[in-house]
Design a protein around this ligand. Structure first.
Ligand code: ATP
Ligand code: MG
Length: 381
């Protein structure tokens, strides 16, 4: 029986999930997204839209009444509200998994108890705790908001005792945790899937390059030894096993100077560092997510072509309508998200630069340089 899929969030991730759903009409007959922005990216490609805030209880209830199964593209949803509508629609990943993940302290406590490696961390409830934490961990450390952080805005790096008070005040009473700074060699991630029946698959390890805390490039596969990739993929599998959530998850990790792996954080949803799978892999992360939540056999995660994913971010110098971006190179796959307005560093689209037969990541990195200039946003005036 074909199902109606509800998605909380209709941005680019919801849009690409909708595209995957349209290719599976035998399983999904219709997609409805809940998103506050009229004409959101997913609605532009045919999803029905409920215009409301992600945490609006009435709107979530309406979505649950209209859908057979609900998933999400953002982790800031209200897990209590989601729990309250579980009798109306199946919710995947479960609100309980979401509840653990959306609080960085609960998430790390859970991982630590499950023997999954994370940086040293502790809960901070007062400036006294912070001073004690610094005695224990030394400098530098990161003071982090436990919830609703994104693009690094919920982090404060403390490097000297003089910064303690400033860091503490920065968060204005939010719930906090402290984490030892990891002088990592590389930031990497694994896209992992678990279906409702417990089948688990991981995609090969990829390398992530950030700029100002925003993902800029993903290199698939990561330029590390086979040993490191296998270790990271095994940790991702273990994580999926203990978390028991169904769906695709993005698991961000650090490779330390001595080639150990520690988890930075988990996103209980399709992830920006998995966009390369649209062209590089036998199954895209979006199709895989649907297979996982529908309880279908998971697709192959084989990486067929080395690929670099490059995020197209709004230029820092203006906000407003921007000139259309196009690329005509044969091994470049451009995806714009249909956002009319450019804002500084806003994610407007991405492209995948895919290797031909003989090409290596080094070739791709060289070719990438000339493409970067072509995707700079310029105002229309
Ligand atoms: P995002 O929206 O990118 O997921 P976020 O706001 O949830 O970000 P984190 O993922 O916790 O924040 O951290 C953002 C970046 O800060 C990481 O990608 C990493 O570069 C750096 N970072 C976070 N924790 C640590 C750590 N313990 N040691 C070193 N660097 C860290
Ligand atoms: Mg992060």
């Amino acid at each position: 029986m074909s199902k109606i899929l509800g998605i909380i969030g209709g941005g680019q991730l919801g849009m690409m999930i909708t595209e995957a759903a349209k290719k599976m009409p035998e399983y999904i007959s219709k997609v409805i997204v809940l998103d506050p922005t009229p004409n959101c990216p997913a609605s532009q490609i045919g999803a029905e839209q409920i215009i409301a805030d992600f945490k609006d209880k009435d709107a979530i209830t309406e979505l649950a009444k209209k859908s057979n199964i609900i998933t999400y593209e953002i982790e800031s949803g209200d897990s209590d509200v989601l729990k309250s509508v579980e009798s109306m629609a199946e919710i995947e990943p479960s609100p309980e998994t979401l509840r653990i993940i959306q609080d960085k302290f609960l998430q790390k406590t859970f991982l630590n108890k499950s023997n999954i490696p994370v940086p040293d961390f502790m809960k901070i409830s007062s400036i006294f705790d912070l001073e004690e934490g610094l005695k224990k961990f030394g400098y530098p450390v990161l003071l982090k908001a436990r919830r609703d952080a994104y693009d690094g805005r919920g982090n404060f790096k403390i490097e000297t005792p003089e910064q303690i008070q400033k860091a503490y005040d920065y968060f204005n009473g939010q719930q906090l945790m402290l984490e030892k700074f990891v002088p990592f060699k590389m930031e990497v991630s694994v896209i992992a899937a678990r279906n409702t029946k417990g089948q688990i698959k991981t995609y090969p390890l990829v390398e992530n390059i950030h700029e100002e805390n925003i993902l800029r490039e993903t290199i698939a596969p990561a330029r590390v030894s086979n040993n490191v990739s296998k270790k990271a993929e095994a940790i991702a599998s273990d994580t999926m096993r203990v978390l028991k959530g169904a769906g695709v998850f993005g698991i961000e990790m650090f490779v330390t100077q001595d080639d150990q792996i520690v988890i930075n954080e988990i996103a209980p949803r399709v992830h920006n560092s998995g966009h390369h799978t649209l062209q590089s892999s036998e199954t895209s992360q979006f199709e895989q997510h649907l297979r996982a939540i529908l309880g279908l056999e998971l697709g192959s995660t084989k990486l067929v072509h080395p690929t670099i994913m490059y995020n197209i971010l709004g230029s820092k110098s203006f906000e407003g309508k921007y000139k259309q971006i196009s690329l005509s190179e044969s091994n470049v796959f451009l995806k714009m998200y249909g956002k009319e307005i450019s804002k500084p560093l806003r994610k407007l689209g991405h492209f995948n630069l895919v290797a031909n037969n003989e090409e290596t990541i080094d070739h791709l990195l060289k070719n990438l340089e000339s493409l970067k200039e072509k995707v700079i946003t310029h105002p229309i005036n």
